[in-house]
Design a protein around this ligand. Structure first.
Ligand code: SAM
Length: 266
């Protein structure tokens, strides 16, 4: 007997719903995650289960966080045949990953709603101590920015903030026709691995955030001008950075050294 598809609602644009249907891409994502026994996997935005069910087949259990109420019942009903699925019906930005982890670090996976990708990344960073790694599908342009280094046109605030706290590794690109409906842009899968506390050089997170924001807020200006509200040229030079450089020329470690020095922790 032919099974009827329980997912009857059309994709919702406002929730960034572009459902993956390319089996080769799905298999590559599962392979990249490579779940191991005992690990707690959490998928953000399972949608109609394109990644969920293959992961569940492979791992036996999975937690998913989905905001769209119309998807909750069909996800739950379909999951029964594949494994044990815990469905959290909430906005992912309201989910406390540290509480969800309950003492054993979680692994995050998701083909993210692209309109929310930066807020979700920063939300995950807030709980980085309890996140072992993340595998996310994002706009390729965002992945390029996340992984860019000094000198690149797309090196900026997002890359510096993420690279200070995580290893960022772009894995592979995904074309629009892998999704239904196809998005207007190319996509890419990226792996983020939060650094161990001992490897994070940032001593003053609030100062680091504001230095990076101000430096790239006016990226055409030299550091001495862009940061004039925070410090003078001598303070920048004292941290070992040439104050006549522009932000896009300064490596991540430079911003860390400067923010540490400005708070007397250099
Ligand atoms: N994982 C599915 C796939 O690959 O086909 C769906 C991916 S779709 C790009 C993004 C998913 O995130 C949708 O299912 C959407 O309903 C869900 N979503 C959107 N905003 C959300 C939020 N704030 N919290 C949780 N899920 C959300």
């Amino acid at each position: 007997m032919r099974e009827t598809n329980p997912f009857t609602e059309p994709p919702k644009k406002r929730l960034g719903q572009h459902f993956l249907h390319d089996r080769a891409v799905i298999a590559k994502i599962v392979q990249a995650v490579d779940p191991q026994p005992g690990e707690h996997l959490v998928e953000i935005g399972p949608g109609q289960g394109a990644i969920t069910f293959p992961l569940l087949e492979r791992h036996g259990e999975l937690t998913v966080i989905e905001f769209d109420r119309d998807l909750i019942a069909p996800l739950t009903a379909t999951a029964a045949a594949h494994g044990r699925l815990q469905v959290i019906h909430r906005d992912v930005l309201q989910v406390d990953f540290t509480a969800l982890a309950a003492g054993a670090a979680i692994r995050l996976v998701g083909n993210l709603p692209y309109n929310l990708s930066s807020p979700i990344l920063f939300h995950a960073l807030e709980h980085a101590e309890m996140v072992r790694d993340m595998h996310f599908m994002l706009q390729k342009e965002v992945v390029d920015r996340m992984a860019a280094g000094p000198g690149s046109k797309v090196y900026g605030r997002l890359g510096v903030m993420l690279q200070a706290y995580c290893e960022v590794t772009p894995l592979f690109d995904v074309p629009p026709d892998a999704f239904r409906p196809p998005p207007k842009v190319d996509s890419a899968v990226v792996r983020l691995v939060p650094k161990a506390a001992a490897d994070i050089g940032v001593r003053a997170p609030a100062m680091f955030t504001s230095v990076v924001r101000d430096a790239f807020g006016q990226r055409r200006k030299t550091l001495r001008n862009a940061l004039s509200k925070v410090c003078d040229a001598d303070a920048i030079a004292a941290a070992g950075i040439d104050p006549t450089l522009r932000a896009e020329q300064v490596p991540v470690d430079g911003f860390i050294a400067l923010s540490n020095a400005l708070t007397g922790q250099g």
